[in-house]
Design a protein around this ligand. Structure first.
Ligand SMILES: [Zn+2]
Length: 189
């Protein structure tokens, strides 16, 4: 049984529409005229919307601090729905909305799981890529060192060839001078 009429809400501010068609509150304190609970401070009671099978889409009020030690105030705001067809017409779309919300939650969890997996794979890919780059850099440095060694060896061989060449030339000149000396000696003799 409703103890407060719902027709005296001309001063009520506009409440923004929520995304879900199954709303659980009007904005707990966003209704007029005010109704106070049993607390000594005469606090305004909070308004909610019941979606139980017995009372679908029926507003009620409780203490705004009911969950944190408030009073036991509880009062229906709307009259009960007595026509079974009307009640079922509210319960059916409620069930459909709940089912869609449940499917959406499953989809969101699936997407979140896949996104997390993609992030993990991307991190793994970056790690492998960086490892390959590091290995490639190391091989490049090794190749540079090998090239330097080859260049040094080449220079040493060229130096050795040059030395050998000049040594052969000196041998040839000395030999030639010996031959000339012998020929001169025999001529003189
Ligand atoms: Zn209270």
């Amino acid at each position: 049984m409703a103890s407060i009429g719902s027709s005296s809400s001309t001063a009520a501010p506009r409440v923004p529409l929520m995304k879900s068609p199954i709303r659980y509150r009007t904005g707990p304190l966003d209704y007029y005229p005010d109704k106070t609970c049993y607390c000594k401070s005469n606090a305004k009671a909070a308004m909610w919307i019941s979606w139980s099978d017995d009372n679908p889409c029926r507003r009620y009020m409780t203490c705004a601090r009911a969950r944190t030690g408030g009073c036991k105030f509880y009062e229906w705001y709307d009259d009960p729905i007595t026509v079974p067809f009307v009640k079922q017409s509210l319960i059916d779309p409620r069930d459909k909305v709940w089912r869609i919300q449940e499917e959406n939650e499953i989809l969101h969890r699936t997407v979140a799981t896949r996104q997390a997996r993609e992030v993990h794979l991307l991190e793994e890919l970056c790690r492998v890529k960086m490892a390959n780059q590091s290995e490639g850099q190391q091989r490049l440095e090794e190749a540079e060192m090998f090239k330097g060694t080859i260049n040094n060896l080449t220079k040493q061989m060229e130096e050795m060839n040059k030395n050998c060449s000049s040594s052969r030339s000196r041998t040839f000149v000395v030999g030639l001078m010996c031959v000339l000396a012998c020929v001169l000696y025999f001529i003189a003799a």
